[in-house]
Design a protein. Structure first.
Length: 111
């Protein structure tokens, strides 16, 4: 019975598609967390960690979306947008980490 129901599901209700949607929402939610933290002027070390986690979520999503089974559900524009967000948050994380390292180096140079 269950096997028959799985075959009758539309593509958007299959397990792999739902997993992809779950990863998409997780990445977008983490992006919202980063935006809120940045707007609230949270400290640089926290921003580095949040943006690195956001980059990781988008990297995982990018891998899933580029699988052959998943490519058919998306316009090519979506693949480029997700890849862009992946690289953007990697760069943002590196920028914040560089700022943290600069603050630490300045602190030790004064001692």
């Amino acid at each position: 019975m269950q096997h028959t129901l799985v075959k009758q599901c539309t593509p958007d209700l299959r397990a792999e598609t739902l997993s992809l949607f779950c990863n998409l929402m997780l990445a977008q939610a983490q992006e919202c967390v980063y935006t809120k933290a940045y707007d609230d002027k949270m400290n640089t070390a926290a921003l580095a960690k949040i943006s690195a986690q956001t980059a990781e979520y988008y990297t995982d999503l990018n891998k899933i979306m580029n699988l052959e089974a998943a490519k058919n559900y998306w316009k090519k524009d979506w693949l480029n947008i997700i890849a862009g967000k992946c690289y953007a948050f990697q760069a943002i994380a590196q920028m914040h980490q560089a700022q943290v390292n600069q603050i630490i180096n300045f602190f030790f140079a004064r001692k």
